[in-house]
Design a protein around this ligand. Structure first.
Ligand SMILES: [Zn+2]
Length: 444
């Protein structure tokens, strides 16, 4: 009995150590690339396929097809149905999913209305396949290293994000964008290897290493954006972003567009009468108050940005103005011929008394011409009267701001600017994550 308890304690200890960030063998992650109706795989080195406890060898460059059939995965070439299929490369050549190469192996899994295409690979290879989708490999090395450590930490911290769906990460911005070997670069691959296992920690635990593209000059605290206080996700200055692509931006929405988005997100009811902003001393909007025909509605600026669309409203670092939009419309009318000059008398005396300017000379000559034509029986062309009418286009809300992203944690463009000024990746990370340490996990 005692032995069993000791064994149990040992097992628990072992699981804890491995379950934290000191595993014995290199950790593999499952990345869901897509939900599809069908998928094709091949490899120039050939494939090994495991389906329903049977094993198959597929020759070099021979494509295998899988599709969804009655809630299962069907291997078309062999007519075998199963809920899951495992696909491994025979040699060192990567697997092609369609035409795109991926490291590691694949799992094709039946899901409610299609098949999931899941790429399973070591976490370090996964990080390599996120890099070119985050940054340019031409950026300074220290900024790239900072991003790699942040991406690795973020991945390890969020391993259980899609646990219920049977994988670790999706391949979109929700987790991190991942593109397999096509998203790798020799430079970033080398840096991933150089920094292998380095992660950001706070009080011996993995930090929440969040990042964004541009802060606009000041990062944002987790408390202001997500309502959750995190000691190292606080507002810091980021004055190195002058060359960033969104260092200033301007977007415009009609009242109706805002109403639709905010109503859909259940943030407001009624029609918008006005919008008021409460901002921090640096100018980042913290709270948005919308006054409508149904009352007043207040919510955090991050909720406002989410409702409008992350892409459409690049950050919460903005000022807003309201404008009544008007448009001048040209109206052309053809008055009846009776109002044309032909019927009016041509008073020479009146004209002779004038101080003539150029327009008068032209008009005089025109009238003389018409008079002559009239005498000859030629009717003048109908005169077109042009009027400009002002038409209301409704109310527009104009947002002018800085930065791109939620503004919390590492600013990628800030890191680039710091690296260009000679700061190391350690200095970059300790600036954006004050109080955190960089530690090496015990990968083998
Ligand atoms: Zn995800």
């Amino acid at each position: 009995m005692r032995k069993r308890v000791i064994l149990l304690i040992f097992l628990v200890f072992f699981v804890c150590i491995n379950g934290a960030w000191g595993w014995g063998k290199e950790l593999e992650v499952k990345v869901n690339l897509n939900k599809a109706k069908e998928a094709v795989f091949s490899s120039s080195g050939g494939l090994k396929i495991e389906i329903g406890k049977r094993y198959f060898s597929v020759p070099s460059s021979y494509p295998v097809h899988f599709r969804e059939k009655g809630g299962k995965v069907e291997w078309e070439e062999e007519n075998i149905l199963s809920s899951e299929v495992y696909i491994y490369p025979k040699g060192k050549e990567p697997i092609l999913w369609g035409k795109r190469p991926y490291r590691g192996s694949f799992i094709v899994k039946a899901s409610s209305d299609g098949i999931l295409v899941i790429n399973q690979l070591p976490v370090e290879d996964y990080i390599k396949g996120t890099m070119k989708l985050e940054l340019s490999p031409a950026w300074p090395v220290e900024a790239l290293k900072a991003q790699i450590i942040v991406s690795r930490t973020y991945a390890l911290k969020n391993l259980r994000r899609h646990e219920e769906e049977g994988f670790n990460f999706c391949a979109t911005d929700h987790c991190q964008r991942y593109g397999g070997i096509n998203a790798e670069d020799p430079v970033t691959n080398r840096l991933v290897e150089e920094t292998k296992g380095l992660v950001l920690t706070y009080q011996n635990e993995l930090a929440s290493a969040v990042f964004h593209s541009e802060s606009g000059g000041f990062t944002e605290s987790a408390l202001d954006v997500w309502g959750r206080e995190v000691p190292y996700l606080v507002e810091v200055a980021s004055p190195w972003e002058g060359n960033a692509p969104h260092s200033s931006w301007r977007v415009e929405f009609t009242k109706e567009e805002l109403e639709e988005s905010l109503r859909e997100a259940r943030l407001i009811q009624g029609e918008i009468l006005d919008i008021r902003l409460s901002s921090s001393s640096e100018g980042r909007v913290e709270e948005v108050e919308v006054i409508t025909t149904d009352g007043e509605f207040s919510f955090p600026a991050s909720r406002f940005r989410e409702a409008i669309g992350w892409e459409k409203l690049p950050s919460t670092f903005f000022a807003m103005k309201k404008e009544e939009k008007e448009q001048k419309v040209r109206k052309e009318t053809f008055p009846s011929s009776s109002s044309s000059l032909s019927s009016s008398s041509f008073d020479y005396d009146e004209w002779m008394e004038k101080d003539w300017d150029l327009d008068d000379i032209i008009n005089f000559l025109k009238m003389r011409e018409e008079e002559r034509n009239q005498k000859k029986g030629i009717s003048p062309p109908p005169r077109i009267v042009v009027e400009e009418e002002v038409v209301s286009q409704g109310t527009a809300f104009i947002f002018e701001g800085k930065g791109y992203g939620h503004g919390v944690g590492l600013s990628q463009w800030g890191a680039k600017g710091m690296a260009e000024e000679g700061f190391s990746y350690e200095e970059i990370l300790s600036h954006y994550f004050p109080g955190c340490r960089i530690e090496r996990t015990t990968f083998k």
